[in-house]
Design a protein around this ligand. Structure first.
Ligand code: HEC
Ligand code: HEC
Length: 657
């Protein structure tokens, strides 16, 4: 009797879950209305150097093209301010860049958001004529935060404006709209010239593309979402230094990934891949999964769209944040024809790429006090080099043997050892082969490799090569289930999913924690040389000795409710989620797919093998889960079989990269 009532209860609950999910599934994408053309974005200066808008050069004299590229990298938004105004309204003020740049939090922007203060600005001492508190800056378009740019809002109406009312009613048109440049995520505190005060760096303490390892994107999105809302738990699971680049055009996977450093671009290997028109082109494998594979210019333009450029068009192709309608591919030709910002930005990409190619490695030996952390023992270094040759260099080097040598294991081994021992091994070495490897081999958390946005028929279809879209499934993984003692099989789908590209190890001493999701190793929020070396040492020890890792699984830390439709001020349903639930058990479900694949026969399979209601529900949810892999800092156990002495030596060698 007891058992039947349990099953009955369970079925009722399941049914209610399904009804709730369906009831959320009636949204249609609301397009971003073509309210105005943001011409003020073109007021921006191409000659932005030496006038207090940017850091001084540190490396070498740049050509005029590289200088223009540098201005683009730091300052150009591609007209996306309009999109962020739309997003502010869509999220009822939860994601409002204008509130974020309030000067009253000038002195704690780093602490709260990991945002970097513009050294050319000062904290406001009073509200402006509109009642807004904004930094006072040399650069008239600066907001005071590096990478956030301020433009006049053409829809502003002084008669309707009320700064006080705006704090609770985001629909009142404010005097300014805020856009984002690439700098917000990529500009970082300089490891070779650490800021004395991380809240108030000077220009010489900033570098263009190390990746902001301290950015807290989750706090940017959290706004007024309550801790008892399940969405808040998803945001809380995001690590600093990461961005979930498939949050807005959502792939229904919670997969924030590290903003990686950009170095030695000129030495990055290229591979022939078949393009969508059938031609073959030599391309880099850009992004963690190598999905951006139609060339650097397309990859960069795609990022501009992903941060809001041509939003009028982009937002007609997907439903932002909720993703309840199927995505449609972004059509490059249409954008080129119809979106002025696309053309303006495309014309800048060659210069931007030329600038990015000037960025050179940063060596610990050149950091203040760096020498103290480096071994002087040549024997140790030699031992580390041999270990690297034997366990790492097949993937983490752009210097590779010929196919003939590589085919013979004995010859290949000899080749790598000689190559690594050469004094110029590190010169012009991208320290990655830029190849995609199956996640079944790499063994790290699968989430990022399963991102579907670049697969056939999805939003970035035209930005990935045919070769990428035709990659076979790397196979089936046996994964541990949240139900104690159980495992289950997960077949990776065909069509591009399940691969990770080898990341570069250039200046890796400065960018721990490790792995695509920034989960491996200590996060100490300490950008000093000592702090970086401490984080590096912890991360690489855990990399080489997996037994030292503390299985990280993000779980809800209290009872929460999943509100559906998400983000609706009057949700139709509130599904209770118990404390201790793995966040991604729920977060990685696409309700629409779940309905499409719903099969009563499967459900009965899940009902059969005991374990109580919770176990049954978990099994059902696993079946619908797009990435049911919960341990975040696992895998990549290369080198774990090395002797301790070899590991120590390897750690010393890698520190010199
Ligand atoms: C919201 C944060 C954010 C912004 C803004 C941003 N990026 Fe990135 N960028 C990332 C993340 C995260 C990655 C790593 C993504 C991945 O590999 O999946 C990345 C990686 C890159 C890479 C390196 C990829 C590789 O394979 O090495 C390039 C190049 C790049 N971004 C260009 C740009 C450009 C151009 C812009 C401005 C239009 C920009 N980014 C703006 C977060 C950001
Ligand atoms: C089969 C190819 C392969 C081999 C061999 C290999 N790696 Fe990797 N490595 C990868 C891939 C792919 C990743 C990205 C995994 C991820 O982020 O999920 C990676 C990631 C890393 C990272 C993290 C980088 C970052 O930016 O967070 C480090 C550090 C690293 N590897 C060091 C090593 C060392 C040291 C060795 C030798 C002991 C080694 N790897 C052997 C392919 C390889």
């Amino acid at each position: 009797m007891k058992k039947t009532s349990l099953i009955l209860k369970c079925c009722l609950m399941l049914l209610s879950v399904i009804i709730f999910i369906i009831s959320g599934f009636n949204g249609t994408p609301t397009a971003l209305a073509s309210e105005y053309t943001d011409t003020s974005v073109y007021d921006y200066v191409d000659n932005c150097d030496g006038i207090g808008y940017l850091p001084p050069y540190t490396q070498e004299n740049l050509t005029d093209a590289q200088k223009r590229g540098r201005c683009t990298w730091y300052l150009w938004t591609g007209g996306n301010a309009k999109y962020y105004r739309y997003l502010a309204k869509r999220t009822q003020g939860s994601v409002d860049l204008l509130k974020l740049v309030d000067s009253r939090i000038h002195d704690e922007r780093f602490k709260r958001y990991g945002a970097i203060n513009d050294p050319g600005c000062e904290k406001a001492t009073a509200a402006d004529k509109y009642g807004l508190w904004l930094d006072k800056c040399k650069d008239p378009l600066s907001t005071g935060v590096i990478g956030l740019r301020k433009f006049n809002n053409p829809n502003f109406d002084q008669a309707k404006w009320d700064a006080q009312k705006y704090t609770t009613n985001v629909n009142i048109e404010p005097p300014y709209v805020i856009g984002q440049s690439c700098a917000i995520c990529h500009v970082a505190l300089d490891p070779l010239n650490p800021a004395k005060d991380k809240e108030h760096p000077q220009w010489e303490n900033l570098v263009p593309a190390l990746g902001n390892q301290y950015i807290k994107e989750n706090n940017l999105f959290a706004g007024n979402i309550l801790e008892t809302n399940f969405i808040r738990q998803v945001l809380n699971s995001q690590k600093p230094g990461t961005s979930d680049t498939s949050r807005i055009a959502t792939d229904h996977i919670n997969n924030p990934n590290a903003i990686n450093a950009i170095f030695n671009l000129g030495d990055r290997p290229k591979y022939p891949e078949v393009m969508n028109d059938g031609s073959t082109k030599e391309v880099n494998h850009i992004l963690k999964d190598g999905a951006d594979s139609t060339g650097v210019a397309n990859a960069s333009l795609r990022v501009y769209v992903n941060i809001g450029m041509c939003g009028d068009y982009w937002t007609t192709l997907h439903e932002p944040l909720q993703g309840r309608t199927p995505q449609k591919p972004f059509d490059i030709e249409k954008a080129r024809k119809e979106c002025e910002d696309w053309r303006q930005t495309e014309a800048r990409m060659a210069d931007a790429e030329a600038f990015l190619k000037t960025i050179k490695p940063m060596h610990l030996a050149d950091a203040p006090g760096g020498e103290a952390f480096l071994t002087k023992d040549e024997e140790v270094l030699k031992r580390g080099k041999i270990a690297f040759a034997q366990s790492c260099a097949t993937c983490h080097s752009s210097k590779q043997p010929s196919a003939e040598i590589a085919a013979d294991p004995e010859q290949a081994k000899k080749w790598y050892e000689e190559s690594v021992l050469n004094s110029d091994f590190l010169d012009h070495n991208f320290l990655s082969d830029d190849k995609r490897y199956p996640v079944t081999l790499i063994g790290t958390n699968i989430a990022r490799s399963l991102g579907t946005n670049a697969t056939k028929g999805h939003i970035w279809d035209q930005f990935s090569s045919k070769t990428y879209k035709e990659l076979p499934s790397p196979g089936t993984l046996e994964l541990p289930s949240p139900v104690k003692g159980e495992t289950f099989n997960f077949k990776i789908p065909n069509g591009g999913l399940g691969y990770y590209r080898t990341p570069s190890l250039v200046s890796i001493w400065a960018t721990a924690p490790f792995l695509h999701n920034n989960t491996l190793g200590l996060y100490n929020e300490n950008p000093s040389v000592e702090g970086r070396v401490e984080a590096y040492t912890d991360a690489i020890e855990k990399l080489l000795s997996p037994e030292k890792r503390e299985n990280i699984i993000s779980k809800t830390d209290r009872k929460t409710k999943l509100e559906l439709p998400q983000g609706d001020p009057n949700p139709k349903a509130k599904i209770p989620i118990p404390e201790g639930t793995p966040v991604n058990l729920i977060a990685n479900i696409n309700p629409k797919d779940a309905i499409a694949n719903f099969n009563i026969g499967n459900l009965f399979k899940d009902l059969k093998p005991g374990g109580g209601l919770k176990a049954i529900l978990t099994r059902v949810l696993l079946r619908f889960n797009k990435s049911p892999d919960f341990v975040e800092n696992k895998g990549h156990t290369f080198g774990s079989e090395l002797l301790d002495e070899d590991k120590k030596a390897l750690i010393e060698f890698v520190k010199t990269f």
